[in-house]
Write a protein that binds this ligand. Structure first.
Ligand code: AMP
Ligand code: GLY
Length: 421
């Protein structure tokens, strides 16, 4: 098989390395890929949003399957375009990817179908949002931009002043662009967070092993929200009992709700959950694999990923038995100093071998480029370093030992992955 993976981050690198293990795969392309991906696949200079470019390339190069990994091309209908051109594609159509691309849609879906989530109201006018927050008079309160904002469009306001500033930033200053035309104002929930990715073909749903992201930039969960600074799997708070509650009250009802709305979801559905004192609730849905969740989940997958992907496309997921390793995994993200705000690019990365790896761990490249055999930084999140072990402590030790061998100017990583609640 010839497979094209759309995207160029750490998640895509983890997907490609897993696809590469399949005896069915002859060739993998990445559009656009990155410096580390170039060691595992052929990178082509077509942007992840270039639908026509991807279709043309797939036809010219007899690509058998396109794996669309990032949120924007999914929301923009890349899968629809591929299918319309007779090309097999993994990922939801745009009418289902909306479960991530519009928080107003997903909140209303949960309300309509009784899926547990934080209480909320949605607004298209800033004055109405502020009026509501004032009347509610209860802090903290959570203000979210409706659309895609790289995981950064969520503001937890502790006072009325902060809430007003949040509404202004999102709706008037348009800090997240058109994503802020509408806002969701919601109840602040407490409890440990869990990420559960699940394969679904719209009929069956098969959850993958659980994981836990660390979204804040600095240790002790301080600093700004980021795309994710590190992950562990399994998530120690996700017991079998909670998993069963989630299956019954959240996972299966979500698949059924999307079918009832004529928006059948096929692909990887990501449940961002919080285990509150009142039970598990949905914080957000994503229409794709998480980043950096994928970097701890897929290394534990024992079943051929190509078989699973094909079963999802062909609506035969119920026929597949998916096996996972019992080992724990931990991923530490090495970021450019300054991320998620401004940072420098083009800094030489030292300590990696010629394949962009280090011994004792698996290195997933996110923002890197390869020039004359050397790796350079090329983004905010630069590398995700994943360790594997019998226990979480062992996995963390391996990840951090590998991290210590790698360096670039102003490198920043959290030192407490797996240690916070
Ligand atoms: P989201 O982009 O919706 O996943 O939100 C980003 C992060 O903000 C989440 O991972 C939570 O840590 C936090 N968050 C979002 N919504 C809430 C909420 N209702 N209560 C408490 N924290 C929240
Ligand atoms: N790590 C969170 C996400 O992928 O949205």
């Amino acid at each position: 098989m010839r497979i094209l993976v759309v995207g160029g981050g750490g998640r895509e690198h983890a997907i490609i390395r897993k696809l590469k293990e399949s005896p069915k795969v002859d060739k993998i392309y990445a559009a656009p890929g990155n410096g580390g991906i170039a060691k595992d696949a052929e990178c082509i200079s077509i942007g992840a949003m270039d639908k026509e470019g991807i279709v043309a390339f797939s036809k010219e190069n007899a690509v058998d399957l396109v794996f669309v990994a990032p949120d924007d091309p999914l929301a923009d209908g890349m899968v629809d375009t591929l299918l319309a051109n007779g090309i097999r594609a993994f990922g939801p159509r745009a009418n289902a990817a909306i479960i991530e691309s519009s928080k107003v849609f997903s909140k209303n879906l949960m309300k309509k179908y009784g899926i547990p989530t934080a209480e909320y109201e949605t607004f298209s006018e800033p004055e109405k949002a502020i009026e509501y927050i004032q009347k509610r008079g209860h802090f903290p309160v959570v203000v979210k931009a409706d659309g895609l904002a790289l995981g950064k469009g969520v503001i937890i306001a502790k006072t009325m002043t902060e809430a007003k500033a949040a509404v202004k930033e999102i709706m008037e200053d348009k800090k997240f662009g058109a994503s802020g035309n509408n806002v969701v104002v919601e109840e602040f929930l407490t409890g440990p967070e869990v990420s559960v990715l699940a394969f679904t073909d719209g009929i069956a749903l098969k959850p993958m092993v659980s994981s836990k992201d660390h979204k804040r930039a600095y240790d002790n969960d301080e600093g700004l929200n980021t795309g994710g600074m590190g992950t562990i799997s399994p998530n120690p708070y996700y017991t079998d009992e909670i998993a069963e509650i989630c299956r019954k009250t959240i996972f299966e009802p979500t698949v059924a709700a999307m079918n009832s709305e004529n928006r059948t979801f096929k692909g990887c559905l990501y449940f961002g959950l919080m285990i509150t004192p009142d039970g598990p609730k949905v914080i957000e849905y994503n229409a794709r694999f998480g980043d950096p969740e994928t970097q701890v989940v897929l290394p534990r997958l024992k079943t051929d990923l190509v078989d699973i992907v094909e079963a999802v496309i062909d609506e035969k997921l119920s026929q597949i038995d998916i096996k996972w390793s019992d080992e724990a995994t931990a991923c530490v993200v090495m970021a450019s100093g300054g991320y998620p705000l401004a940072y420098k690019k083009g800094l030489e990365i030292t300590g990696l071998d010629e394949n962009g790896q280090v011994e004792g761990a698996e290195v997933f490249h996110a923002g890197t480029k390869l020039e004359h055999g050397k790796f350079y930084t090329n983004g905010g999140r630069v590398l995700g370093v994943t360790g594997k072990g019998k226990t979480l402590d062992e996995a963390l030790e391996k990840a951090y030992n590998a991290v210590k061998k790698i360096n670039f100017e102003n490198v920043h990583y959290r030192t407490d992955i797996g240690k916070t609640k």
